[in-house]
Each structure stands twice: as C-alpha cells, then as structure tokens.
Write a protein that binds this ligand. Structure first.
Ligand SMILES: C[S@@+](CC[C@H](N)C(=O)[O-])C[C@H]1O[C@@H](n2cnc3c(N)ncnc32)[C@H](O)[C@@H]1O
Length: 249
C-alpha cells in the first residue's frame, strides 16, 4: 500500500506542482495561517531542522533561507527532483534525501532542534511509531510541529455539506485530489494523534484548528480540486496543527 502512495506522488508530482505553484514559505496547509503568523518555531537561524515528507521543498528552502541547516526527506523522487531545482534556483543549501519517513534510523539521537512536517503524516500507516522516532532524534527541548488534514473535513460530503461518515471511522481511506486522481491516506481522530504524542513522550503545547472562514494570501490550495471550496471552508477547518516539545533542554 505504501509503495502505491509513493508511486502516486512520484507520477503526480509534476502536475501537482504545476497546478499549485506553492510559494517558498513555511506553510501549514489549506485555510491556515503560515509560520510567520503562527510563530510556533521561533527563530530558526542556526537550528538543525528535519522536514518529513518535504514534497517540492518549499518549506525546506524557506527554512534554509532563514539560516537553518535543513534536511528534507520524501520517498517520491519526482517531488525531490522539483525540490532540488527549487533550492538551486534560490541559492539555498538543503540536503534532500529520498527516504521513507517511517524509518528515521539514519538520524542520530538528540540531533535536531526542530522536526517539521506539513500535510504528509496522514499518509503513514503507523504514526505512533514515527512519533516515538521523532522524539528520539529531537534534542531535549526540541520542537515537533506538524499539520495534517483536519479529520472532520474529510467526513463532509462536498455537495450536500453534510457529515456522511462516522468521525470514529479510522484506517485507510481514499484521498481524492480531483483531476489529479486518488491515492490512500490513513484516517485518525484528533484524540488519537494527541494521545500518540503523549505516549511517545511529548508535551503537547498547541493544538491549532485555524479559522478557515478567513482568506490567507499565501494559501495556494484555496478552491482547488473542488475540495477546498469556500462553502466547505466556511463550515470546517481543513487543517489541524500540533506543536509538541520533547521535555528537557
Ligand atoms: C501533500 S504532499 C506535502 C508536501 C509538502 N510537505 C508540502 O507541504 O507541500 C505529501 C508528501 O508526503 C510524501 N510522503 C507521504 N508518505 C511518505 C512516507 N512514508 N515517506 C516519505 N514521504 C512521504 C509524499 O511523497 C508527498 O510529497
């Protein structure tokens, strides 16, 4: 299943990047403020940042342009090819690795100040294990900030605007990106993510459900694929953000 997700992102990358034209920015997702507004990470200059599921590299490049030492990992070579070109075009030094987020063994214990991920961890079939690994690679006091699909958003029928699936339903589901096609994501409830972070040894400092009734200038997903439509964004936020901290430091 996971190799299908990798192959899908690999073959869809070019069309996805062409459609979205995602700005170089530390973003959190559709209908959401960016890092400049949320200020979850503080000054990243000189910090070691690991980005999980970096895609086209827009966040990794933005971290590097702010003086961070960045490694971006993604398992889709198509996405990484775009990311490498983007970094070169901006004169940004980023280490991009083709690698599965579910295996963080290449990264040493206590080696990163920040682990960041935007809209990638919903594709993982074993998030609790990855959360434990993220805690291992973070320095004491290090920050784990990530965004995923808000679970309620995916329960709404886009035509009738009614909830058509139980919030309690978890496990694999279809991720539908309109003309780009479909792949697989793994559903969760907010409490599942929160408790997995706590069980992994994190202190959860912030859980943010951005007000998606507002328009955010930098949001490249607004209106896309017949999914991120104002009529839906007015009802339910599409993005859920966690900031968790490894104790100590
Ligand atoms: C929606 S894109 C987000 C990309 C980027 N973070 C952004 O915000 O533009 C999801 C990315 O996660 C990557 N991904 C999904 N599962 C992964 C895994 N197990 N290991 C590595 N990358 C993964 C995909 O290849 C894809 O590039």
């Amino acid at each position: 299943m996971t190799s299908d997700i990798r192959d899908w992102w690999d073959k869809t990358s070019e069309a996805y990047q062409a459609a979205c034209e995602i700005p170089v920015d530390i973003h959190y997702g559709p209908g959401s403020p960016n890092e400049d507004e949320l200020k979850l990470l503080g000054d990243v200059a000189g910090k070691h940042v690991l980005e999980l599921g970096c895609g086209g590299g827009q966040c990794s490049v933005a971290f590097a342009l702010r003086g961070a030492r960045v490694t971006g990992i993604d398992f889709a070579e198509g996405q990484l090819a775009f990311a490498r070109k983007l970094a070169a075009g901006h004169g940004a030094e980023v280490e991009f690795l083709q690698h599965d987020v579910r295996d963080l063994s290449p990264f040493a214990d206590d080696s990163r100040d920040v682990v960041f991920s935007a809209f990638a961890l919903m594709y993982l079939d074993d998030r609790p294990r990855v959360f434990r690994e993220v805690r291992r690679v973070l320095k004491p006091g290090g920050i784990f900030a990530f965004s995923v699909d808000h679970p309620l958003f995916r329960k709404v029928d886009l035509d009738t605007l009614t909830i058509v699936e139980s919030y309690n339903e978890t496990g694999p589901a279809v991720d539908d990106l309109g003309e780009l096609g479909t792949t697989t994501m793994y559903r969760y409830r907010i409490g599942d993510l929160h408790n997995a972070l706590v069980d992994a040894g994190f202190v959860v400092e912030r859980l943010i459900e951005p007000d998606s009734r507002k328009r955010y200038d930098h949001d490249p997903w607004f209106g896309r694929w017949g999914v991120y439509l104002p009529k839906v964004l007015d009802l339910v936020p599409p993005t859920l953000i966690f900031k968790a901290v490894k104790p100590g430091g």
